[in-house]
Design a protein around this ligand. Sequence first.
Ligand SMILES: Nc1nc2c(c(=O)[nH]1)N[C@H]1C(S)=C(S)[C@@H](COP(=O)(O)OP(=O)(O)OC[C@H]3O[C@@H](n4cnc5c(=O)[nH]c(N)nc54)[C@H](O)[C@@H]3O)O[C@H]1N2
Ligand SMILES: Nc1nc2c(c(=O)[nH]1)N[C@H]1C(S)=C(S)[C@@H](COP(=O)(O)OP(=O)(O)OC[C@H]3O[C@@H](n4cnc5c(=O)[nH]c(N)nc54)[C@H](O)[C@@H]3O)O[C@H]1N2
Ligand code: SF4
Ligand SMILES: [Mo]
Length: 696
Amino acid sequence: MNAQAPIRTIRSVCPHDCPSVCALDVDLLADGTVGRVRGAKDDPYTAGVICEKVARYAERIHHPDRLLHPMRRAGPKGEGQWQRISWDEALDEIASKFLAVEQTHGAESVWPYFYAGTMGHVQRDGIERLRAVRGYSHQYDTICTGLSWPGYIAGTGLLGGVNPEQMAEADCVVIWGTNAVHTQVNVMTHAMRGKRRGAKIVVIDIYRNATMEQADMGLVLRPGTDGALAVAVMHVLLRDGLADREYMSKFTDFSPEFESHLQTRDPQWAADITGLSVAEIEAFAHLVGKTKRTFFRLGYGFSRQRNGATAVHAALCIPAMTGAWQHRGGGAFHSNSGTWGLDKSQLEGTGLQKGQPRALDMSEIGPVLTGDSKALQGGKPVYAMIVQNTNPATVAPDQTLVRRGLLREDLFLVVHEQFMTETAELADIVLPATMFLEHNDYYTRGGHTRVLYGPAVVERPGEAWSNHEVINAIAQRLGQTEATFAATDRDVVADTFARSGFPALEEVEQTGYVDKERPDGVARFAHGFAWPDGRFRFKPDWQAVADKKGYRWSCNPAIMPRFADHWDVTEKTDAEHPFKLATSPARAFLNSSFNQTPGSLKREGEPSVFIRIEDAVRLGIVEGDAVIVGNRRGSVELTARLHNGLAQGVLIAEGLHRNKAHRGGRGINMLTSAEPAPPFGGAAFHDAAVWIRKAL
Ligand SMILES: Nc1nc2c(c(=O)[nH]1)N[C@H]1C(S)=C(S)[C@@H](COP(=O)(O)OP(=O)(O)OC[C@H]3O[C@@H](n4cnc5c(=O)[nH]c(N)nc54)[C@H](O)[C@@H]3O)O[C@H]1N2
Ligand SMILES: Nc1nc2c(c(=O)[nH]1)N[C@H]1C(S)=C(S)[C@@H](COP(=O)(O)OP(=O)(O)OC[C@H]3O[C@@H](n4cnc5c(=O)[nH]c(N)nc54)[C@H](O)[C@@H]3O)O[C@H]1N2
Ligand code: SF4
Ligand SMILES: [Mo]
């Protein structure tokens, strides 16, 4: 850490893909570098707390491995030989290759690919403008939210919930399928405030993780069985007179058919499926049934199963049955991403769309690039890509196909990055990117209620360009003359705020945020849920969910369960694959970001896998053994860590280490499947049947 005194402290926003979207106070030092980074104390949600990886941001922004100049591949793909080139040369080559692909194969053979490496809307979503004006293939966004969002909307009709600060006012907080200590530390800040008042904390997960260590009640269930727990809880609520029938008759579609469905879902039935005891299920049901002010904080983790969308919906049904929504401190929250009211038409070039190109599923990047005709929707192969803000060669499922695809000789791959990621290593052209303190952007806080602004305050290293600048420059090289491709990032923020009816940017700059908190009654659906009849749905209408959000079916609609339920469609274990593996997030990495910073690498150590002690003993595996975990898709070498907090037959591998950090060079996503999960696609990252054995 640099010991100079700060010359000033500026307000910024953490740009990483994390629901907390913390407001930051960043010290700037006399030599122009970044010093300490702290959580803003005057921001009610951040409340002075940030995670340790961002507190050490100087390590990342001033990392000696930052990319500084455009480079062209100078040897076989992926062999690491590069030639430094100028921006002009790079942009000319990109434009001429893209034009050649357009002319030879059609515009749909170009596939701009991006995700949420930065959550700033201008830098993240501006790539859509280029896609629109050229008629390039669209991206169907599924990798992260494709299962959880539909599950939530199926109940409430809107992706929004009670202000999470109210966890501090709850008498019980249920943290369901999110390892908040690792993934969104601010949930713990507010939940612990409640706990100090005497509130009970319940954590529901598939292993005793860091969050469960803080809980009063920890429920460790088998992966992919949350729906069973949820419907059995509702069975008990009805059986023991703890359901709020008056609330249900006014605000939900509760029906005799649903009630008789639940009669068949008793605690013993759920115990057999979940591995929990009848006593645990009943104790949990009684706690939430008797504690009106129960706040359900539903995470992403339990949606990353093939039945994840239905599981999220089933869990969300519990507060609709107890009527917790009626009480301050009660209700549910998953994300507020449906509540911002933003007009992004200039930012995304909505009005400039050329043609009606196909939308390729981003989670299926492996099948798409290896010519799977279903993934390509019967259309032309992809011959050119520009990738921004994502690292598919590490994070996307079914790496055998992803790598084979990215290594294709006839694929022209441009990667715009801050670091030489494993995706950038496979590129034809690598472009250096700025970081959040080096460009202007605004950010929406999915885990709360604010829109925040983060200005450019430090000098960019070398010749790094922002995403916005790169998209504009490529568009101009391709002959696009629209004014939007000449605007600055700051102009686009200002324009988007103006179109959205937000205060002017100059005003927002003073405080750093716009508060989009909705009145409490609206947030808790006190005037009705967001379906035409105002009723919460125990009986989901998935087609209506698809219509609201533009989702498309990945399965036959007829196979979906009729009511909230356990849906038995997860990947099955068998004699050859007797274990279930989940790839839960590591504390010091954020997806694959930070897997190059010294502090994070030190904390995470080598790639490892948790195995239950009894399972290890049976297989003759001891702590620290090298093991191989595999299935039909591939295999990975890991270090065994014995654990006493997970169910029999469950393995947990925390974190997206670099593939190269594994002996053998193959990373954890060798084992995950790219098959689109029902109903609308998305990768079931925590749902893989595998075998494990000692490495020879
Ligand atoms: N430190 C850190 N922070 C992160 C990330 C990171 O990689 N590292 N990733 C960021 C991103 S992109 C996102 S989307 C969020 C996601 O953050 P979360 O909402 O926390 O979701 P996950 O990280 O997928 O998984 C959370 C927990 O779900 C558990 N889980 C898996 N399967 C099941 C199941 O069937 N049932 C139940 N009950 N639990 C299950 C996992 O074991 C894990 O403990 O976090 C963000 N923040
Ligand atoms: N096995 C397994 N795989 C998973 C998950 C899991 O739980 N288990 N989680 C999944 C989830 S939820 C998600 S969201 C995905 C996320 O996966 P990714 O979107 O790939 O997230 P990161 O790995 O953080 O990569 C983001 C990249 O963007 C770059 N970047 C950041 N800011 C900028 C910028 O301003 N400009 C440019 N050009 N680049 C920038 C960073 O350097 C980084 O390399 O991973 C998924 N993969
Ligand atoms: S990664 Fe999440 S918890 Fe950490 S500073 Fe960023 S927003 Fe906050
Ligand atoms: Mo994510």
